[in-house]
Ligand binder design. Structure first.
Ligand code: CAA
Length: 250
């Protein structure tokens, strides 16, 4: 089996998890998402890990769900529930693109460090679909309705610097500093009382859990519906054929 996710241990209590599909900008295939969920579950269970840094490479954190796979089998979004249920604090380290499912994964982290020139966005609308892994909910909660609407309805991207300004990221730093700063935050987390960190992480999540769950369910239903619409099929086909889509409104 291909290693779509690589795990290292740069520090006794800190794991570094790297997405590893560089040729397709770490597009989140079903297999990659499965491996990531399994990696987090394994780290969660080993009793040693106290914080995880999640990263991609210098070109991309992740450029979204795998669009080629959309056309073939469709994304299996249930795996995201496994990602969201980890008790470990996650520090996202974003260089390059964090688009679509990539931004949704970044927003699933508890703390986020981004490169000043990173590109964060929800471009699904350009494919004739919409975010399906929490984007409509987490982005709106992070940056507010006004900016979230512009990003989700028009596909506007933010730079890393803008993401920090709008409360989407904790720190925006030069690209070469992203990993060191993320690892430093993870080391700080690892020095805190582990039970307290886990409980506090869960409690932060609960600040909007009921309405978040309902919103996530609605979003997932709408996403799957759009994927099967004529425009959803056209948008995905157009991306793969490297041409502009023509929308029919069906
Ligand atoms: N899925 C599959 N393959 C992808 C991909 C994706 N999301 N993003 C990039 N790739 C592939 C490209 O097809 C290309 O492959 P080939 O070399 O075989 O042609 C390779 O990665 C490199 O990409 P580009 O040549 O396009 O690189 P670029 O620098 O010119 O452009 C980009 C970079 C702007 C990120 C562009 O690749 C792009 O627009 N990608 C798609 C972004 C996107 O729409 N993401 C949302 C996906 S939907 C989603 O995520 C739904 C959800 O919420 C679950």
């Amino acid at each position: 089996m291909e290693d779509l996710v690589l795990t290292e241990r740069p520090h006794e209590h800190v794991a570094l998890v790297r997405l590893n599909r560089p040729k397709v900008l770490n597009a989140l295939s079903n297999a990659l998402a499965e491996q990531l969920a399994t990696a987090l579950e394994t780290l969660d269970a080993n009793g040693v890990t106290r914080a995880v840094v999640l990263t991609g490479d210098e070109r991309a954190f992740a450029a979204g769900a795998d669009i080629a796979e959309f056309a073939a089998v469709g994304p299996r979004l249930e795996v995201w529930d496994r990602l969201w249920s980890t008790g470990l604090p996650l520090v996202g380290a974003v260089r390059g693109f964090a688009l679509g499912g990539g931004l949704e994964l970044a927003m699933s982290c508890d703390l986020l460090v981004v490169a000043d020139d990173a590109r964060l966005g929800q471009p699904e609308i350009n494919l004739g679909v919409m975010p399906g892994a929490g984007g409509t909910q987490r982005l709106t909660r992070a940056v507010g309705k006004t900016l979230a609407a512009e990003m989700i309805l028009l596909g506007r991207e933010l730079s890393g610097r803008e993401a920090e300004l709008h409360g989407l990221a904790n720190r925006s730093v030069p690209a070469e500093r992203v990993l060191p700063v993320a690892l430093e935050l993870a080391r700080e987390l690892a020095k805190k009382a582990p039970l307290a960190v886990r409980a506090a992480k869960r409690a932060i999540g609960r600040a909007f859990e009921d309405s978040l769950r309902a919103g996530l369910d609605d979003e997932r239903r709408a996403f799957y519906g759009l994927l099967q619409s004529a425009d959803g099929r056209e948008g995905v086909a157009a991306f793969l054929e490297k041409r502009r889509p023509t929308w029919s409104g069906r």
